[in-house]
Unconditional design. Sequence first.
Length: 694
Amino acid sequence: MDNWIAPRPPQARQDPLRRTIHETELVDEYAWLRAPNWQAALNDPSLLPPEILEHLRAENAYADWFLAPLAVLREQLVAEMQSYADPRWLRPPQPFGSYLYEMRYEGGEQPLLLRRSRAGGSETLLIDCNELARGRAFFKLGAWRVSPNHRYLAYSIDLIGSEAYGIRIRDLETRADLPDSLNDVSGRMVWSRDSQALTYVKRGPDLRPSLAIFHRLGTSPDSDVLLYAEADPAWSVSVSQTTSQDIGLITVRNSDLSEVRLFDLAAPNPTPRLVQPRAPGLSYDVDHWDEQLLIRTNIDGAEDYKLVTAPLDAPATENWRDFLPHQPGVTVIGHRVHARHIVWTERRDAVVRIVVRDLTSGVEHAVGIQEPVYSLRLEPGCDFDTDSIRFRVSTPIQPNETYDYDMVQRTRTLVQRQAASARLIPERYRLDRLWATAADGERIPISIIHRRDLPLDGSAPCLLYGYGAYGASIDPDFAVERLPLVERGFVYAIAHVRGGAEKGQDWYRAGKLENRANTFTDFLNAAEALISAGYTDRGRIIAHGRSAGGMLVGAALNVAPDLFAGVLADVPFVDVLNTMLDEELPLTPPEWLEWGDPIRDAEAFVRIRSYSPYEQVRPEVYPPVLATAGLSDPRVTYWEPAKWILRLRDRTAGGLFLFRTELHAGHAGNEGRVRQLGDRAREIAFALRCVGLA
């Protein structure tokens, strides 16, 4: 990009903060970008100190200046992405009781929520999110739940991007919202069986979801009943319900640990009952039928999880009995109980399948998928007494298809196929699975898509995506933003690095805490494997990571900057050490089990410092970088990428480093389908420009 003549990048004053921790001096010249009133600014960004706002706006103007010549290309890219798949498709009609509920787009930026009778007839509009969003810089619909009698709709909305949701309750007969207004909640809720009360989670003063609250319709929130309060800031609270819809669940989590309490959804004054107290290393999830619980757990060394049963009235671990024994290397991802069947999803070698067991006969079978590379998701089910489940399948070259599956007849019925235009011709593309080999002998799966006529002689550019954290698996699903790159000669690759769970929970643990460096070397090994196989070449790779994936690409960039043609870092977690040293941040205490506690553990301090992208910027030539942030983001705060970009400019031997902050958005960026495509088009155009294809 040396032919782009540009103004000087924004300058920021240096005001070094010096600290000595574990006998090591830390110097952070841009620590002042962390506003002292950051908590208040999450809900009202205008409260940020003027100097910080001025700097962020200057960074936006600088990035926009560079990207302005790509404006026409970006418009073309948005149109292309819209043409690849039906822009209305969001969620097919979902059965619940006597109704079908559906979410879809009808020309606006925001979705509609509708329902119609399962017996037929016209549909009814329940919520038009375009109306709710009118005049607002940001709007996001969170969770929504229909009451058991179908009279009320509880829905949560975020108007800032800070994930401070408000719950509203709509009377579906009068089409008006009730006076009940529940604010500063985490977004999800559960109805009582009589449709007259809600259980929800409220955030505490530290902005963490920590309070399970019971609210009866028509009463003041001040009189709501506290069902559970979590005192440990490292643990967070959520609420849900069993598939039977008889039992509410209060789940408390910390990384891969959990603890569950049950409460009766039919009780006028519910009292939560603990299943099993939290214990080091213990994780479990609960569903229910008749007088039993079905529990997914890692107890007794079942690192990839197993299913056990327990009596409802005596659910502690001494009464747990194996239902599905542990199989090393086969991860039980989730489970569900229906009236006559148990359903679970499992993953082996980065491939997911659905398994069904008949409760009467004990016979089980798997739902087969023929594609070698695909994404499979068991959709949420609202009905308990059913022989049908719903799943969604896609590949990087085939849009989503949703099926209803008859568990008795073992047949599937297509419910909805995401319509694709004539532009999308799957036969033009090839799906590959490549394996890279790590220094310790581990084999790293890589999912690949490219045009069939692409010469695999190393000349093609490649976008390499990675995440590798929290045990999250990155499935190769359909995403319209990949196709414009592939059409223009890119190889698109996903590196399934350690830290995810594509190869089981051991794969996850091999990328966390003291093993964190494996995630970064796996990504670099994946890049080298792509080069060796002729997919691309050194200096032709765009590294892309989001959130914790931004940590991944930032660390890889510091190790081998000459490997990459550019870096896309969305809301990147790049200031790992300083964040983990800051106990005031809502992100920090829950994350110590993932990365380590550098405050109390000197070894964790040394380890995190050794890979934290902000700490390890080197005086070498770096490729162009485009980083993004959301000003209301409570997960990765805006100052992390802001500081990183400034340090890249200060310490490297030249280079183009761009930074954009969405001033009215949070961790997920802009809401609205076209605005989101515009953001993706900016990244695609930047990647194309980095390799000379813009």
